[in-house]
Design a protein around this ligand. Structure first.
Ligand SMILES: Nc1ncnc2c1ncn2[C@@H]1O[C@H](COP(=O)(O)OP(=O)(O)OP(=O)(O)O)[C@@H](O)[C@H]1O
Ligand SMILES: *[C@@H]1O[C@H](CO)[C@@H](O)[C@H](O)[C@H]1NC(C)=O
Length: 312
């Protein structure tokens, strides 16, 4: 066991959310007054890492932020969550990723995302992090950074027998076939499954069918999340997709539920590598259900102390 032996390493994005709440969305050229503004920490990669860390996983984040106050604050946020920042790079060539979000009183939104520094994360940073990457128990990546960087991270993980979770978000059609083959666990939601498979995914039966197809594309195991319906799991040792329902709760804010689920998934795979995937998914459902009952993204993610002992 060396200082570089992490449970979970995430190669992915961080974004600062700049959220304005207003009675309605402004029209072109219009200036309106809103009633609330707040700054939040987001980005799928960082969110997933934060959830794994809060459950007790030893984590490191491999990402790039700008040399600006948002980047400084994000690094502090990682530290506050006990995440190693040894592989967080700061660049002066782009700003920290930002999402400008306007939410109206009906809860509808308009969002502009500028990925900025996230897109500059590349092979040199993966090289620097290889000590951590090659010895991690679990590596997670998504598609909010350059797809080539995610692919190279997955290739390195496979080479060193590191278990991979790949979350194809945001999804785009014609994803390189290699992504499927390099995913030990491929985890997506219904709309991502639709984009990738080119068919409607509205029920757990639909999700089961796409899971079988994803397995044929080379994924190890597949999880399709279904919001309040829980998820469908298709494990590599099995030929039958299983629906894992969850106790539906009154959702206050579902933003980040998928990331909470994936962070929890990574924690369980690292701590209980032989726990059946169905049991892992059942527990990840419970963790994610906490996140929908509070406002915000990372602010809604539970800590170890919030969870019953049998969930840990
Ligand atoms: N209303 C709910 N009640 C209970 N659990 C929920 C609810 N909504 C979401 N979840 C939990 O969160 C997990 C992920 O939700 P979902 O499939 O909506 O992901 P997502 O679409 O990626 O989330 P996001 O809202 O962040 O985009 C579900 O599998 C489930 O475990
Ligand atoms: C799935 O996740 C994407 C983000 O990648 C999100 O925009 C979309 O609303 C989610 N779909 C569902 C059905 O929750």
């Amino acid at each position: 066991m060396s200082a570089e032996d992490y449970d979970v390493v995430v190669v992915g994005s961080c974004m600062t959310d700049l959220v304005s709440q207003a009675p309605r969305l402004p029209r072109v050229g219009e200036t309106i007054h809103g009633h609330k503004f707040f700054i939040g920490f987001g980005g799928k990669g960082a969110n997933q890492c934060v959830q794994a860390a809060r459950m007790g996983a030893k984590t490191a984040m491999v990402c790039k932020v700008g040399k600006d106050v948002f980047g400084d604050n994000y690094i502090q946020n990682f530290k506050n969550n006990g995440i190693s920042t040894d592989y967080v790079e700061q660049t002066s060539d782009a700003a920290t990723g930002a999402a400008s979000i306007i939410v109206n009183d009906a809860g509808e939104n308009a969002i502009v995302i500028v990925a900025g520094a996230n897109m500059l994360l590349g092979d040199p940073e993966l090289q620097k992090a290889q000590g951590a990457l090659n010895h991690a128990k679990v590596m997670i990546c998504q598609l909010e950074i350059s797809p080539d960087t995610s692919l190279n991270a997955l290739r390195a993980a496979r080479k060193h027998q590191v278990r991979t979770i790949f979350n194809p978000a945001p999804a785009f059609p014609d994803l390189s076939p290699e992504f499927y083959k390099l995913s030990d666990i491929f985890c997506c939601n219904e709309s991502e499954a639709e984009i990738l498979m080119g068919k409607t995914v509205a029920t757990s039966e639909d999700a089961g069918k796409v899971a079988l197809e994803l397995l044929r594309r080379g994924c190890g195991s597949v999880i399709v999340t279904l919001g309040s319906q829980g998820c469908v799991v298709l494990s590599s040792q099995d030929s039958h997709p299983k629906h894992i329902p969850t106790t539906s709760v009154t959702a206050v804010d579902t933003t980040g539920a998928g990331d909470s689920f994936i962070g929890a998934l990574a924690f369980y795979l690292a701590h209980y590598p032989s726990l059946p995937l169905e049991e892992v998914a059942r527990r990840a459902n419970v963790v994610a259900s906490f996140s929908v009952q509070k406002e915000g993204t990372q602010t809604s993610f539970p800590y170890q102390k919030d969870l019953r002992a049998e969930l840990l």
